[in-house]
Write a protein that binds this ligand. Sequence first.
Ligand code: 4NP
Length: 162
Amino acid sequence: MTLKVLFVCLGNICRSPTAEGVLRQRLQQRGLAGQVTVDSAGTEAWHRGKAPDQRSAAAAARRGYDLSPLRARQVHTDDFDTFDYVLAMDSDNLRNLQALQPPQARTRPQLFLQRFAQRFHCHDVPDPYYGGEQGFEQVLDLLEDACDGLLLELEQRLQEQP
Ligand code: 4NP
């Protein structure tokens, strides 16, 4: 079985590519990279084709995550059938995804932190784009926590149905 995870934020250059980089690395470390497909997208197309924001890439690199191969894309309606998890970074992203979702689509979008965070009890990953350096560190703290929670579920599902 292959599980497919899509992270979604507004621009796909800060939060969702960071989540993608964190989860990819954790899957690789556990030898699960071949069993879980990871991607990210933005609800807007503003940065389509661009590499992640340099501030996100630098903060991620300081913790050992490589975002350099990632390129932004916009979410599309097929994604709700392709992916097993469509995980929104904040409540605005979730509302936009719910508005975009075709009625018969397979996968309902969920708020990533609300569903999977373990140590942190907030629901939104704050948008770091217009803020300072600290915002990018906070994004990583939140995403590392929720990726650990997501990983537990993915491992369990893969064990149940290898
Ligand atoms: P992201 O952050 O949704 O985490 O990628 C943003 C990126 C770009 C913009 C806003 C948020 N922007 O206004 O261009």
